[in-house]
Design a protein around this ligand. Structure first.
Ligand code: BGC
Length: 509
């Protein structure tokens, strides 16, 4: 259960939530001094992020094989709202120079991008390494380094080789072995120039989206049995990769490795004990299910307890949640060199005054036992799933600090969507306020941050939303043959923050 102090540090927390919210708006606009005048620490890294399928295009060039997203969107174009796909996207595979130029213009310290498994190992297995792709990324990474930009490489941003999906993908217990072989090839060829590795991006979407609710490739509508199997395989794949890096590469390459976890900030809907417990429980199901094995050891107690109880009620003789052995618990624990975290928005959580009925198939929402919602008075964005509540950042950072013994946090994604010609002044507001919460977390809550990463460098393919949401600091003209990149006002804003390392006119040092 969260401690008392969690109750009050979100500015518009529990009592009379709506009144409080209005009050804060008033205070902020009248006094106008709510931005911290502290400076970001010297070694704090500012960066931007993208992922391969969302920007690269060249889906079948230079020996690349088909990924689960290529397969899904070629076969079922209506999986995206605008019937588009990532076949061409920003054409970044052919536009290395243009992308490095805008990164340099922004002045970022790091660039987070992903390498597709389908390019490096087209068959999925280590038996065939595609040297064309290896050379491509070696050159790209060298170019970044030459321009003073630290590469942060994501090994898996949702684009599994379709050949491995044909063997069951993340539900096949050989997944950890396949993944570690792929990771080894990457460490071998790129590791001397890479100091930050991300194994998996947002594993909760890999498993819930891919194998539970079916909203992401491979679009399997499974049950809350496969989701947990997938989570188990992701954890083992990550841990094996960390151990491999630790044993064979770290001494020479001196890098750090983590998995980019995510969750929307879940805050209790009221100060009722049931809501407070529900908010904490739902976070444990979505975030703790990965973070607890990495930092504390084993799945969270509440997750183990609820899934076991409900499995029993369903007439099963074992829990749907795989039981980690003592060896596995010890093997997974400690395999995160920093807490990589993606955050975009928040939800309120209300507890239920009844136990959700047992369903067939069982659902993860039944296991969680709570409901989430976003109050109508929270500011909307063009993406229905993102509301503008950046001042909730500090709440989740404290939650992480408290539960996982104050790990170093690296915000590996945070971003705001616009649509069409919409001005991006609210993106500036959004980024500024998340950064403000980071400053307050650093100076008032004693949390260490390694850096912050805007999603995204440029507009790109947004999964089911196709090209209808634009997250870029740079706009991309997808109709132009050259996919011209043009800076938005938020690019200039971010560049100035990076230069000054400060959110206000004069920072105190
Ligand atoms: C994903 C990105 C995605 C972004 C915005 C994140 O969850 O990692 O790939 O584009 O959200 O929807």
């Amino acid at each position: 259960m969260p401690e008392k102090y969690f109750k009050c540090h979100v500015r518009y927390c529990f009592w009379h939530d709506k009144m409080n919210f209005i009050l804060i708006l008033l205070v902020n606009s009248c006094l106008g001094h709510h931005y911290s005048n502290k400076r970001f620490p010297k070694d704090f890294m500012f960066g931007v992020a993208t992922s391969a399928y969302q920007i690269e295009g060249a889906w079948n060039e230079d020996g690349k094989s088909e990924s689960i997203w290529d397969y899904a969107l070629h076969k079922y174009p209506n999986l995206t709202v605008d019937y588009t796909n990532g076949d061409v996207a920003c054409d970044s595979y052919h536009k290395v120079a243009a992308d490095v130029a805008i990164l340099k213009e922004l002045g970022v310290q790091h660039y987070r991008f992903s390498i597709p498994w389908t390019r490096i190992l087209p068959r999925g297995f280590q038996s065939e390494i595609n040297m064309k792709a290896v050379i491509h990324y070696q050159n790209f990474i060298k170019k970044l380094k030459k321009n003073g930009i630290e590469p942060m490489v994501t090994l898996y941003h949702w684009d599994l080789p379709q050949s491995l999906q044909n063997l069951g993908g993340f539900l096949n217990d050989s997944l950890p072995e396949w993944f570690v072989h792929y990771a080894k090839v990457c460490f071998h060829f790129f590791g001397s120039d890479v100091k930050y590795w991300i194994t998996f991006n947002e594993p909760v979407h890999i498993c819930l989206g891919g194998y539970g609710y079916g909203y992401f490739a491979p679009n399997i509508y499974g049950e809350a049995l496969w989701i947990y199997r997938c989570i188990y395989n992701v954890l083992l794949a990550h841990a094996r990769t960390w151990h491999l890096y630790d044993e064979e590469f770290r001494l020479i390459q001196k890098g750090k490795l983590a998995m980019s976890l995510n969750n929307d900030v879940y805050i209790p809907a009221s100060n009722k004990e049931t809501d407070i417990e529900a908010a904490d429980r739902l976070l444990q199901f979505m975030l703790g299910i990965f973070a607890n094995p990495l930092y504390v050891g084993d799945f969270p107690e509440i997750v183990k307890f609820r899934v076991a109880e409900r499995s029993k009620a369903e007439g099963r003789n074992q829990s749907r949640l795989p039981e980690l052995t003592q060896e596995e618990i010890a093997y997974i624990k400690g395999t995160s060199d920093f807490f990589a975290f993606n955050v975009y928005t928040a939800y309120k959580v209300a507890g239920l005054d009844y136990e959700p009925p047992i369903t067939n198939p069982p659902t993860i929402s039944g296991d969680q036992g709570g409901t989430i919602f976003q109050p109508p008075y929270w500011e909307n964005t063009t993406a229905s799933f993102i509301k503008v509540v950046p001042w909730t950042g500090r709440y989740i950072f404290k939650w992480i600090k408290h539960l996982y013994k104050n790990p170093e946090i690296f915000v590996t994604e945070n971003g705001y969507p616009t649509h069409g010609n919409e001005l991006d002044d609210r993106r500036i507001f959004y980024i500024k306020n998340y950064l403000n919460d980071i400053l307050n977390s650093i100076y008032e809550d004693n949390i260490t941050f390694l850096g912050y990463t805007v999603w995204s460098l440029m507009d790109n393919f947004q999964w089911n939303f196709g090209y209808t949401n634009q997250f870029g600091l740079y706009a991309v003209d997808f109709k132009s043959p050259n996919k011209i990149r043009t800076p938005r006002p938020s690019a200039g804003f971010y560049r100035r923050i990076i230069e000054s390392r400060c959110l206000v006119n004069n920072c105190v040092d």
